[in-house]
Ligand binder design. Structure first.
Ligand code: E4P
Length: 217
């Protein structure tokens, strides 16, 4: 499963990328706001760091305007994936931009039928939001499994990009289900390294090592 990092924080992206943990990046208007940066500048900087797909989201609501914004965003770098919302206008935009050879990430997906439409419109990625479904007591992981089954049933090549990932369990379950990609904030990706038994075991090793009175360096 590919790891995308869900942030516009350039320092955090660089740190994870240096460790080989970043196959791509996703941003959205809220993350651009959080970064305090200009969308075109920060997206260019991210594309210079990461060679994989970097999602940059349109903010228009009509297809004509979304297409114009998408074309402008796609000019930032060859690895831009234009992110469009899962609305009828977003699907029209997806069809046009994917037809022009651009990568398109269809976002804000909350149902299997929406995912089916995105695949038929030629989406490169479909982004079902797991955490936001859990927030309203729906099962986001069930949605990932349903989309996996549907895409496999018909051989759709659209990649399932599990988004709104909040926990380590989300990551492991998405990998087990067979999501192609997951995108998570840097804190969640770093948190995957943590385990209470790792901490406990290391603590015991350090105590026993101190008792040996030895040094390696
Ligand atoms: C994905 O592309 C979105 O930017 C993101 O995963 C949304 O996550 P959130 O629900 O935690 O805001």
């Amino acid at each position: 499963m590919k790891f995308f990092v869900d942030t516009a924080d350039v320092d955090a992206i660089r740190e994870l990328n240096d460790l080989g943990m970043v196959d791509g990046v996703t941003t959205n208007p809220s993350l651009i706001l959080k970064s305090g940066r200009d969308i075109l500048e920060v997206t260019k900087e991210i594309c210079d760091i990461v060679s994989g797909p970097v999602s940059a989201e349109v903010v228009a609501l009509t297809a004509d305007e979304m297409i114009a914004e998408g074309r402008k965003l796609a000019k930032i770098a060859p690895n831009i994936a234009v992110k469009v919302p899962l609305t009828w206008d977003g699907l029209k935009t997806c069809k046009v931009l994917s037809g022009e050879g651009h990568m398109v990430n269809v976002t804000l997906c909350f149902s299997a039928n929406q995912a089916l439409l995105a695949a038929k419109a030629g989406a490169t990625f479909i982004s079902p939001f797991i955490g936001r479904m859990d927030d309203i007591n729906l099962d986001g992981l069930d949605l990932i499994a349903d989309i996996r089954t549907i895409y496999d049933n018909y051989g759709f090549e659209t990649q399932i990009l599990a988004a709104s990932i909040r926990t380590a369990n989300h990551v492991a379950q998405c990998a087990l289900i067979g999501a192609d990609v997951m995108t998570a904030p840097p804190s969640v990706i770093k948190g995957l390294a943590g385990h209470v038994l790792t901490d406990k075991g290391l603590d015991q090793f350090m105590k026993d090592w101190a008792k040996t009175g030895q040094k390696i360096l």
